[in-house]
Ligand binder design. Structure first.
Ligand SMILES: O=C(O)C(=O)C[C@H](O)[C@@H](O)CO
Length: 257
């Protein structure tokens, strides 16, 4: 019995355009609620949300049970964190702040078992192998791993061709917020210079035959990114949606009392 098929990877690589939502509440119960919304994928954010390996594992369990496609974003490119995320069962990883081809290669190798890489062997303890219930896990896991490099700085854009030249990098995600900050327009991802850099990068990523990702809650921004070729579209953030709905609801009644 082989490792689970990563349908998200294969759908994106086939060119499907799939929408998803960031999960930053760090709570399995709320993740389960989000899984009923109908997004094609849900991303458990370990970079900016208060997630740790245990909370991410708990969210993976409820999301997998519900049939949702999942992504884990780690706080950095630490090979030990990559190993832990893969061992708890993540198959699609988003790694932030990628700025060179060499860094991309190290990230790729951290996701693969020898001889392709240096991922440590711990499948006997790993949820990923269904705790060794998948006897062929070690020889079939590599093909189901999807590595998405997050490029979100001028240095990263300058290195983009080198990153895309690595066949082990399945896709590149452009981070408009951090790119805006790096370009001197912090808090303004829709600044014309920033948006054009985002759209140009997305065109280059798809021209290279890779998955192209972006995140924006602005429908017009998303449409422009989709038109530029983005097919891994983050269109929501649970925390932002929840906070906005709570504030709007309270305001509705406070005005009337
Ligand atoms: O730079 C970006 O944009 C992202 O990486 C997304 C942010 O991290 C996300 O938290 C929304 O601000």
């Amino acid at each position: 019995m082989p490792a689970p098929v990563n349908t998200l990877k294969h759908r994106l690589q086939a060119g499907e355009t799939l929408i998803g939502c960031w999960l930053g509440m760090a709570e399995p119960y709320l993740a389960e609620i989000s899984a009923t919304a109908g997004f094609d994928w849900l991303l458990i954010d370990g970079e900016h949300a208060p997630n740790d390996i245990r909370s991410m594992a708990a969210q993976l369990a409820v999301l997998d049970a519900g049939g949702a496609s999942t992504v884990i974003r780690l706080p950095d490119d630490d090979p030990a964190r990559i190993k832990q995320a893969l061992d708890i069962g993540a198959q699609t990883l988003l790694i932030p702040m990628v700025e060179s081809a060499g860094q991309a290669e190290r990230i790729y190798r951290a996701t693969r078992y020898p001889p392709l890489g240096f991922r440590g062997v711990g499948s006997a303890l790993a949820r990923a192998s269904k705790f060794a219930a998948i006897p062929d896990y070690l020889t079939t896991a590599d093909d189901q791993i999807c590595v998405l490099a997050q490029v979100e700085s001028r240095a990263g854009l300058q290195a983009l061709d080198g990153i895309l030249a690595n066949d082990g990098i399945d896709g590149v995600f452009i981070g408009p917020s951090d790119l805006a900050a790096d370009m001197g327009h912090i808090g303004r991802p829709a600044e014309p210079a920033v948006k054009e850099a985002v759209l140009d990068a997305l065109r280059r990523i798809r021209a290279a035959g890779r998955i192209a990702g972006v995140l924006s809650m602005d429908p017009a921004y998303i449409t422009d990114c989709r038109d530029a070729g983005a097919n891994f579209l983050g269109v929501g953030i649970d925390v932002t949606l929840f906070a906005g709905a709570m504030r709007a609801h309270a305001s509705k009644f406070k005005q009337s009392t």
